[in-house]
Design a protein around this ligand. Sequence first.
Ligand SMILES: *Cc1c(COP(=O)(O)O)cnc(C)c1O
Length: 386
Amino acid sequence: MSLPFIDLQAQRKRIESEINAAIQSVVESGRYVLGPEVTELETQLADWCGASHSVSCANGTDALALALMAWELKPGDAVFCPSFTFVATAQVVPWLGAAPIFVDILPDTYNMDPAHLRQQIEAVKAEGKLTPKVVIAVDLFGQPANYPEIRAICDEFGLKLIADTAQGYGCTLNGKHPSDWADIATTSFFPAKPLGCYGDGGAIITNDAKLAERIESLRVYGKVTPTDAAERNFHHDPKYLSLRVGMNSRLDTIQAAVLLEKLKIFADEIEKRQIVADRYAEGLTGHVKRVPSVIAGGKSVWAQYVIEHDNRDGLQAHLSSQGIPTAVYYPVPIHEQDFCARFKPADGTLPVTEAASKHVIALPMHPYLEEVDQTRIIDAIRAFGG
Ligand SMILES: *Cc1c(COP(=O)(O)O)cnc(C)c1O
């Protein structure tokens, strides 16, 4: 029997009647885009993180782009980010004409290596061609990056910090959320993310009211904000005026309604994911090259459970033959992708990233993974050997 990699249907069945009623209610309301459920969702997303503001948008990629647009990034600016992440993290940088500068990861958490970040910033400054502006840290596979150290480096060099928490919304470090350190945290509600909707969606979270207002404007073609209206006299209905180059990145109300129902069980689901992660660690430690480790004081939301194996492809084929699906995140680091050819660093700049991409393999992970099924997965890996 074949197992699901992420069992979204198990979750849907758990809250089926609530979700159906929430969707039906939006359909009947007729307020399909940026309706009242969207505003309520934004309040709850910020509250969850103990932050003051959240602005939703169409997806997690736009959330990143909106942050860079709000800071008016331009050609000649440098944005520091990992290469071992989903392509979206870096791909938004050339949208603004800026250059991604890749930073290596730590071998145990797969998150940004603060020491290498400092080295890369100093190298860019020494070269003098680009101006360091922004750091994008990623909460890869669900666990928080080393925000205390990364924030300190950003402050030292006068850089803005984005937490790309598309995989980590809900994670904490010493009880605090990434938005406690980052100027902006961005997230995605793509269905496979820990907090996913029934389509595409995204949001930013920030404690900066002015920045939130600017992003709200950029998300709807640079519309007039309350601050603009207070500062200027408009001779037209401001509803039809556009003050800055923005985009259309609105969230559908149905998606917000789905997310409001999912938020009610999100804390419980994070606990269930932790139980699944603990079972994997117990069954696999010592049997594979590496099981995940979480930063001290960190709580992961376990978007993925990623192990390393010397014969990764062999293990993948072996598990597949037994109906156990796996995935490789990420087989090709971003700096080796074609779209990034212009930004490729010198050979040998990212050794940890390149080594990880050859050995990582993600196992089935979701809150509803039954113990019997998990035992089958663990036994199959142990039978394949180390
Ligand atoms: C999924 C993801 C994104 C992009 O989110 P979309 O909603 O798919 O646009 C960005 N960064 C990371 C790390 C992601 O995992």
